[in-house]
Design a protein around this ligand. Structure first.
Ligand code: SF4
Length: 84
């Protein structure tokens, strides 16, 4: 079982993205385990990750540079209160 955020993020992203689906251009890091991440595919077979929290949290950018290693808005997929 992975013990770090990055390893957990990779595991979760692999579960969220089908093997034959669109692929992010880089490992997502923390975004891969964050409830605010939205991954969308393009018609070219690639994908991009949008941070939905950036629409109301001015500390964040809508399209973060991947991988994200540290983020004040990170909220794990199992939480709803924004405290990580
Ligand atoms: S809040 Fe941070 S970790 Fe979560 S999706 Fe946005 S940039 Fe990624």
């Amino acid at each position: 079982m992975p013990d770090g955020h990055a390893e957990m993020a990779e595991m979760i992203v692999s579960m969220r993205q089908p093997a034959d689906g669109p692929v992010l251009p880089a490992p997502p890091g923390l975004c891969g385990a964050c409830r605010h991440a939205s991954v969308k595919g393009t018609n070219r077979g690639t994908a991009y990750l949008r941070c939905t929290r950036a629409s109301w949290d001015d500390r964040l950018v809508r399209y973060p540079r991947l991988p994200v290693c540290d983020c004040p808005g990170f909220t794990s997929l199992g939480r709803e209160d924004g405290t990580g």
